[in-house]
Design a protein around this ligand. Sequence first.
Ligand SMILES: C[S@@+](CC[C@H](N)C(=O)[O-])C[C@H]1O[C@@H](n2cnc3c(N)ncnc32)[C@H](O)[C@@H]1O
Length: 202
Amino acid sequence: MTADKIGHNRYVNYTPESYEKQGIMTWLCRMPADRKLVPAVSQIKGKHILDVGLGTGDYTRLLLDNNTVVGVDQNPHLCKLAVKVHKGDATELSKLVGGEKFDIVLSTWMTDYFNGEKLQQFFNEAKKVLKDGGTLMTTTIRPNGWGLIYLFLARYWRRVDKHGCAKSKVVAKLRQAGFTEIELINLNSWLGIPWACLVIAK
Ligand SMILES: C[S@@+](CC[C@H](N)C(=O)[O-])C[C@H]1O[C@@H](n2cnc3c(N)ncnc32)[C@H](O)[C@@H]1O
């Protein structure tokens, strides 16, 4: 990360209310992506879930009635839900949760803070805290289509250190972490232009 770009520490001074304010990228990218992401998260039932980088818990909320959820975030003050949140880094999950194991590691719109090396560390740690046969569900930004515009605006306009990862590289990193069944589902932006992927890996 360059000295003048910021990562997860951009949220230190956010309140849950200021975080929830929607910007143009919410309208252009996240809301269209929710057409696939919200149903995928909502259908999960009866699972023990680690929600990594849960923020205010936009997607966590969809899980609480039918599952048990634990969180990890560098900024746990953002989450006002009745969920235990470990303060710490997504690349140190096994240390943060002790010996606890999960059916699902969920992480939405967080991996874009990771370069390739940190993304690999996150996948490795997710695998470590999953039960045998457990599932990682995460999102990654595609460095093409609207993803490229999103990354460009984040890095050079808002000066946030964000990263994309090509599908082939995501798959290679997941395999290296020990995942064998891997599905990448396109999450499109406004006008159906690709910008991100929902990654489901066992
Ligand atoms: C864009 S928000 C996404 C929040 C939520 N998952 C959602 O989809 O609405 C990213 C969240 O990830 C957290 N985060 C970023 N990098 C992190 C890291 N390395 N370890 C733990 N949390 C991180 C931030 O503090 C923030 O709460």
